[in-house]
Design a protein around this ligand. Structure first.
Ligand SMILES: [Zn+2]
Length: 105
């Protein structure tokens, strides 16, 4: 996917079409995942690794990779940020489009 560096878009602040510069949002990596978040806590409790030894009579389960649809999608949704040249405010795109490679030209 190719997108020009500047394009005319509607600015909700200026309430009219103005020139915008396009930038991509920083990609979220493994460092942004919180290991002690609410969801992972409940997952620990469900799986029985919360306390005690063994798995409390539950059968062992295959690793997450084989039962969840993990790593199946080959493309990522774009996450563009548009900065208005008039007021300097930044706004996001409402709906990302799937693309393998993004080029800002
Ligand atoms: Zn503006």
């Amino acid at each position: 996917m190719k997108i020009p560096k500047t394009l005319k878009r509607h600015c909700p602040h200026c309430k009219k079409h103005t020139e915008h510069t396009v930038s991509q949002a920083k990609k979220k990596g493994a460092g942004s995942v919180h290991t002690q978040s609410q969801s992972s806590y409940s997952r620990l409790r469900l799986r029985g690794s919360w306390r005690g030894a063994g798995n409390q009579g539950r059968f062992s389960r295959p690793p997450i990779g084989s039962r969840k649809m993990s790593g199946k999608k080959l493309t990522k949704k774009t996450d563009f940020r548009y900065t208005c040249k008039v007021c300097g405010k930044q706004h996001t795109q409402s709906q990302g489009k799937r693309a393998k490679k993004v080029e800002i030209i």
